[in-house]
Design a protein around this ligand. Structure first.
Ligand SMILES: Cc1cc2nc3c(=O)[nH]c(=O)nc-3n(C[C@H](O)[C@H](O)[C@H](O)COP(=O)(O)OP(=O)(O)OC[C@H]3O[C@@H](n4cnc5c(N)ncnc54)[C@H](O)[C@@H]3O)c2cc1C
Length: 825
């Protein structure tokens, strides 16, 4: 009996120590104490102590451990370690890790997360949003831009340049605005709420491109020349990496630079002959300076010993003889300037390289470093602005539009689609704010930027699909009054650019996350690469044994948190949100465990098992997005009226994390491991559910009811009631309809029947005739009728207007007939 109790105590002690991540010394001491008690009780023999000492001593004496354990393990590790390409190495080295690494490590500290400062706008940034941004939006006619002109109007371009919209990232010393990442995000969100074209055109020069690259890597001379000109809009930049042969695999660009001697401005200098064929380049058709990525070779070894120098970035004025640029692609009726460019054997001097000759071959590192930042700002902000605008418009439309004598937003089926839109709007703002906040804290969050880019653009695509469904024909018929269709058309652009989403989900999020966020994997890799063998063994020993302890701890944490459903784990608040923190504790531990299991069992093969990597990345993403939602809720003062939105997001995310984990087990290449661990992680099966119908109903109601919670959803959008601002007009229509409803009820009651909710002008007349409403109330009905008609009506056109080639209509009809006859002949 004593023996049994001792065994139970031993296992419990090991589990408790592991759960709390105790050190090896603590473990050894605890086991020794239990053995001593066992000896006192006469249940532990000398043999027990011998076994203990045989294991404990070599493990605890560093020199013995390193000689007999670490050294052979290091040898084995080097043998099985997959080769990493230099582009992969540079991608992994680029950027920093932040909160996602706490989530990855299985034991998040929620107080730390809540203590991250809330991003705020400076007075100057706020004034820019209230001034130039609003002025710009007031002059913007999106239909004219997207349909009639297929470009921004010249005065809009000029305004963008004059007010520094292209210079939000450029430092003040060069004449730029030097805005925080949060301010950039707010500007882009507001622009998107009226025009995707506008936010794309503004977003690109402020994201990865010449401005960003020059500030970080440019020579003083380059900075002094270009940055003030970029800030004033005297130069329009573009950045060309993508080639027809190399899209996602950008490291494989076939474009070349050959170092050679040549003549430049009358003198013989060392320069490069550039040959490129690029496509999909945003702003290329109107650019004055072309940022170009190419592979640089030095066959005559004019710069040094190396022949292949690697990817290099240079700035080429488009006026350089031989540069072909100016033609346009037509990306999905969202006609921002985008096109191809070519050059064949064009000689330029070495000081065209960004950073000068010393930066030859450093282009890939420069690009991935800048991308860690830019990818978290532009596309997530544009998508967030888009989702929020769609949520506001859908809420208003669903409340105004009636079928079967009811606002369609009160129908359960519609509520389901609406809840997704509302939930995503809340979450998009939460996660974009958190991610840009990290940048403002000085981080270059490469994993977070991939998570935010992927999920915001995917959520935007889903939100716009749902919004189109809710709007029915109103969403489909295009024209100046359609505020959805361009977003629907343009959603795949955001999915494709800056790392196409399938690639981002399957390779980038977890591929970078696993190595960067893991507390020991990178250290092991780096130790194995050290040339000094003694230093390698010491460093590997530290990382390896830390790793083993970490893995054991994660096993026990996962086991206990799964068995208990996480209910005994810690949460910073004990209100309705506590259960979400506890579930995240559980999933965080499970992710840490499964990461080690996947890396341990698959090794380098994990890189090719993309769907395993994608599911692990999904769990990390869901943890990040959920934590952002909880942070937003807290930062905004834990407002009770926002709880349905918080609940919807947390439940949706956690159900997705659960599904990803379950599918991971079902598809785990080692079936025994998959089956056993599934029992550990899901001892009670899949217990989490998506948000209930009741929660979805509450979210849909928030979207349709003006008030604080709804206003927070529309934070930073352009909602002015102006003729060319459909979103603002919908807001006004919603208000007008809601204030008119009690007046309508009064008239209906007096008339003794339920009148239909249309022709409200006639209802106003009837009310006046029955003497049950005042003139002021009649006006409310008339205003509501105007708003209602605006909300439900769609555009129609003269047939000639829609033909892109006007010669084919009326006057051109003869020409068409003649053309047919000619062809027949
Ligand atoms: C409108 C627009 C603007 C752009 N602007 C610029 C710009 O300014 N400058 C610039 O240099 N480039 C720009 N691009 C290029 C853009 O970044 C690339 O389109 C993108 O990298 C994808 O390349 P691709 O279209 O050739 O697709 P591919 O690389 O051919 O990919 C096709 C599909 O395969 C998937 N895929 C590829 N490899 C993998 C993998 N290993 N695992 C899983 N899935 C994979 C991708 O996710 C994608 O779904 C722009 C593109 C567009 C459409």
């Amino acid at each position: 009996m004593e023996m049994l109790i001792l065994c139970v105590v031993l296992v419990a002690a090991i589990a408790a120590l592991a759960y709390n991540r105790a050190s090896l010394t603590m473990f050894t001491a605890a086991i020794a104490i239990i053995l001593a008690i066992g000896t006192a009780l006469d249940v532990v023999s000398t043999l027990g102590w011998v076994i203990f000492l045989l294991v404990a001593l070599p493990l605890n004496i560093a020199s013995v451990r390193q000689q007999y354990l670490t050294k052979p393990l290091l040898k084995l590790y080097r043998k099985i370690m997959p080769e990493m390409s230099s582009t992969e190495k540079e991608a992994i080295d680029a950027g920093t890790t932040w909160w996602e690494s706490d989530l990855f490590r299985g034991n998040p500290d929620w107080h730390k997360m809540h203590n991250f400062p809330v991003p705020r706008l400076s007075a100057e940034e706020q004034a820019f949003l209230d001034g130039p941004v609003e002025e710009l939006l007031a002059m913007m006619d999106d239909w004219h831009t997207t349909h009639e002109r297929a470009d921004l109007a010249p005065e809009v371009y000029q305004y963008l340049k004059d007010k520094g919209f292209f210079a939000m990232i450029i430092k003040k010393q060069y004449g730029g605005l030097e805005f925080s990442a949060y301010a950039q995000s707010c500007v882009l969100q507001k622009l998107t709420s009226k025009s995707m074209v506008l936010s794309s055109i503004v977003g690109v020069p402020n994201s990865l491109g010449p401005g960003e690259l020059l500030q970080h890597y440019g020579t003083d001379e380059q900075k002094k020349h270009y940055l003030p000109r970029l800030a004033k809009g005297l130069e329009v930049p573009c950045f060309a990496l993508t080639s027809p042969e190399a899209g996602s695999d950008a490291g494989a660009i076939p474009d070349t630079g050959i170092i050679c001697k040549g003549e430049w401005e009358g003198k013989e200098v060392i320069g490069m002959r550039l040959t490129w064929n690029k496509r999909y380049i945003t702003l290329a058709p109107i650019a004055t300076v072309l940022g170009l990525a190419f592979k640089l070779y030095d066959p005559e070894k004019l710069l040094g010993d190396k022949e292949e120098l690697g990817i290099t970035c240079a700035l080429i004025p488009v006026t350089t003889p031989g540069v072909k640029i100016g033609r346009r692609h037509f990306p999905l009726n969202v006609p921002f300037q985008n096109g191809p460019t070519q050059g064949d054997n064009i000689f330029v001097p070495l000081d065209y390289i960004i950073g000068g000759a010393k930066m030859a071959g450093q282009g890939w590192r420069m690009l991935v470093e800048c991308l860690s930042v830019g990818r978290a700002i532009t596309l997530p902000s544009n998508s967030t602005g888009g989702i929020k605008a769609v949520a506001m418009a859908t809420g208003a439309y669903a409340r105004i539009r009636r079928q079967f004598k009811l606002p369609i937003g009160k129908m359960e089926g519609v509520e389901e689609a609406m809840a997704r839109v509302g939930g995503y709007a809340y979450m998009a703002e939460a996660s974009t704010t958190m991610s840009v906040g990290a940048i403002d804290l000085g981080e270059k969050p490469s994993v977070i930027s991939a998570i935010t880019k992927y999920h915001m653009t995917e959520r935007m695509r889903q939100a716009i699909i749902d919004a189109m469904d809710v709007h029915g024909g109103k969403g489909i018929c295009m024209g100046p009054n359609n505020y959805l269709a361009r977003g629907y058309q343009g959603a795949p652009v955001a999915i494709t650019v800056e790392g196409a989403n399938i690639l981002t989900r399957n390779m980038i999020i977890y591929g970078q996350g696993a190595i960067r966020c893991h507390p020991y994997v990178l250290a092991e890799l780096q130790a194995a690469q050290l040339d000094d063998e003694a230093a390698a063994v010491t460093a590997f020993d530290k990382a390896l044994f830390g790793h083993i302890g970490f893995a054991i701890s994660n096993f026990f944490r996962t086991f206990w948190l799964s068995l208990s459903g996480g209910v005994f784990s810690t949460a910073p608040y004990s209100d309705a949100t506590a259960k979400y923190y506890k579930q995240m504790n559980r999933f965080s531990a499970a992710l840490a465990l499964m990461s080690d299991v996947a890396m341990g069992t698959l090794g380098g093969d994990l890189k090719r098992r993309e769907r395993i990597s994608a599911r692990l990345g999904d769990i990390l993403s869901m943890l990040y997005l959920t934590s952002a939602v909880l942070k937003r809720f807290n930062d905004e003062g834990r407002k009770a009226e926002d709880l349905p939105l918080v609940q919807w997001c947390c439940e949706d995310n956690l159900a997705k994390a659960q599904l990803a984990l379950d599918e991971l087990f079902d598809n785990f290449p080692n079936r025994i491991v998959g089956t056993v661990l599934k029992r550990v992680v899901f001892p009670w099966g899949r217990t989490l559910r998506k948000a209930s119908d009741v929660t979805e109903h509450k979210v849909a109601r928030i979207m349709q009811t003006p008030g604080e919670a709804r206003s927070r959803l529309g934070h930073h959008l352009y909602l002015k009631n102006e003729p060319l601002n459909q979103l603002g007009r919908m807001e006004q229509a919603l208000k007008d309809v809601l204030v008119a409803e009690p007046v309508f009820d009064k008239v209906s009651h007096a008339a003794g029947k339920r009148l239909p909710f249309y022709r409200l002008n006639e209802v106003a007349d009837l009310g006046l005739e029955l003497k049950v409403i005042s003139e002021a109330e009649a006006k409310l009905l008339r205003d509501a009728e105007q708003g209602r008609l605006f909300a439900i009506n769609v555009d129609d056109f003269e047939p000639e207007y829609l033909a892109a080639d006007k010669t084919l209509t009326q006057q051109g009809a003869g020409a068409v007939e003649k053309d047919k006859k000619d062809k027949a002949a």
